[in-house]
Design a protein around this ligand. Structure first.
Ligand code: B12
Length: 484
């Protein structure tokens, strides 16, 4: 049977738009389906348009979505049923529908997979190709479905059984139509987050316990992709690659001794810099860029969201990454209750002063599944309910320390262009080169080829960021009128 997967396009340009990085849910699940004897094709709209002829031939249609792409996912369901009149079952999953399963069922999805689906999806597939007895659906954990006119939500095992990541296959990215030879390959080596940030839904989605794939399995993944694509840079898309620093060190050692060093990047917490030995090993394994959620320069905001970081230490910790020749992409969230226009300005000044290579200022998003979402609903502060605006670029709630339009202008029209102006880019690259030339860097961890690449990547990333900001700008004139 042909299974077609669809990942709807992002609603607007964002800073990673040019990167062509797919989420791994569909590739992973459809690799399993392939191993069970089915054929599979994935249309990730950010990479290639959907081939509707193929959708017509599909025996099962799988849609993956996040909050900002859900309106487009619902439009597709509508098109599949009313315009194309197809009868294949429509399955949907991802972090948005996990917390709003009724909404997805009410929009016509037949089966909603809540949380991770690595155990439930193969169970459903066996059910669909086997008995199709509706009573048996109640035994599939975290599945939501409709019988007659009623929505049902199968209860999970308690405690919920999370998958052992070592049992999962390496996602076959060749299933993604048009993916070709990628510039960067996404890889997930862990799930779950022990942190408890107010605005995030990760621990609610994947659990609090940090689970990881063994070093050997990750090495196998790298070899698998190298055989197909050659030694390609990798983006390790784990929520927090450094949640267990000893494990990260072992992984870096394995990459090094197995001769698998290449340009690597990943998401870590800033306080990983308290362990310079870990950073040294990361650098040696090829990690040339890290993505760090700094979130706020305002200590009151950091405390309120439960980030467990001190803003006074941010500069010092950033320097440790730079010392190990690891470039930093900083991600900031603005619009917390303690934020004011002054905090926004101070954030930009700090990023520039600290020589952070690339920066993303995002507007706080009350995403379903996060505590913040509940609180804003209770406080009746949600002002925009169009999910496509929940992309970090739009104000969707009533802030406390400023008006909605002030926040919108401060972040997207003032902060982002300032961070990416050409003079800053020039200064930054010069600064990076001087750092290398004068050997301020620890020579033991120095990796000249990767560093050169790192600087080039910073240059192109900043150019791409600049172009994205230019494209984003016009859409806000209309939006400002809407939020008042
Ligand atoms: C890689 C990544 C990216 C990449 C690529 C994303 C892309 N093409 O969409 C980049 C860097 C470009 C990116 C950008 C953004 N991202 Co992002 N990203 C991730 C990250 C870190 C990993 C995604 C991944 O591969 N996960 C691993 C796979 C296995 O998990 P999964 O996709 O959820 O799939 C599992 C289940 O959900 C379920 N499932 C999923 N789909 C389906 C479908 C079916 C049919 C079934 C049965 C099951 C199923 O089963 C899967 C296996 O268990 C996640 C965090 C995370 N841990 O997931 C954030 C995350 C998805 N991103 C998020 C956000 C907000 C964004 C941005 C809007 C931020 C911004 N403004 O820059 C942008 C916009 C992206 C867009 N498309 O619009 C949020 C989404 C929250 C939400 N509710 O909307 C997340 C969850 C991070 C967070 N902590 O909040 N992102």
């Amino acid at each position: 049977m042909l299974i077609v997967g669809i990942e709807p396009q992002a609603p607007g340009v964002h800073i990673f738009s040019g990167a062509r990085i797919p989420r791994l849910g569909l590739p992973l699940l459809l690799t399993m389906a392939q191993e069970m004897g089915h054929r599979a094709e994935i249309y990730c709209e950010d990479i290639t348009p959907i081939d509707w002829k193929k959708v017509r031939q599909a025996g099962i249609i799988c849609i993956s979505s996040i909050t900002s792409t859900i309106p487009r996912a619902y439009d597709f369901i509508n098109k599949i049923r009313t315009e194309l009149r197809l009868t294949a079952p429509i399955l949907i999953g991802g972090p948005h529908v996990t917390f709003l399963a009724d909404e997805a069922l009410d929009h016509g999805a037949d089966y909603v997979f809540r949380h991770e689906a690595d155990l439930s999806f193969p169970m459903w597939l066996e059910w669909w190709t086997g008995s199709r007895n509706p009573q048996e659906l109640f035994a599939i954990p975290d599945l939501s479905f409709r019988v007659g006119n009623q929505n049902h939500h199968a209860v999970p095992n308690v405690p919920r059984q999370w998958v052992d990541l070592d049992t999962l296959p390496t996602p076959d990215l060749r299933l993604i139509i048009g993916y070709g030879k990628p510039n960067v390959i996404p890889l997930i080596t862990s799930r779950g987050c022990p942190m408890d940030c107010d605005f995030c839904s990760e621990f609610a989605m994947f659990g609090r316990q940090y689970r990881f794939r063994s070093e050997q399995r990750v090495i196998d993944d790298l070899r698998y992709y190298d055989r197909i694509y050659g030694k390609t840079p990798m983006f390790i898309a784990d929520d927090n690659l450094g949640a267990n620093p000893s494990r990260l060190e072992r992984l870096c050692d394995s990459i090094d001794v197995n001769g698998l060093v290449r340009e690597l990047s990943g998401q870590v917490r800033l306080d990983l810099a308290r362990r310079p030995q870990t950073l040294a090993k990361m650098s040696k394994a090829g990690v040339s860029r890290v993505f760090i959620g700094y979130e706020s320069i305002n200590q009151r905001s950091l405390d309120a969201m439960g980030k467990k970081l001190k803003s006074a230490e941010m500069h010092m910790l950033t320097k440790v990454f730079h010392k190990h020749r690891i470039a930093v992409h900083s991600m900031w969230v603005l619009g917390f209750d303690d934020d004011t226009i002054e905090t926004v300005k101070e954030t930009i000044r700090s990023c520039i002063r600290w020589g952070i290579e690339t920066t993303q200022f995002l507007i706080l998003v009350p995403i379903p599944g996060a505590r913040l979402y509940r609180r804003f609903l209770d406080e009746k502060r949600i002002i925009v309910t169009d999910w496509s605006k929940y992309d970090g670029h739009h104000v969707t709630f009533q802030p406390k320390g400023m008006t909605a339009s002030q926040l919108q202008v401060a972040v997207m029209l003032d902060a982002m262009p300032q961070a990416y102006n050409l003079w800053q880019t020039y200064k930054l690259l010069l600064q990076n080169n001087l750092r290398t030339a004068w050997g301020v860097v620890n020579r033991k961890t120095r990796h000249p080829i990767i560093n050169l690449k790192g600087n080039r990547t910073t240059f192109f990333a900043r150019l791409a960021g600049r172009m994205a900001i230019k494209k984003i700008r016009p859409q806000f004139t209309e939006y400002l009128k809407r939020i008042g």
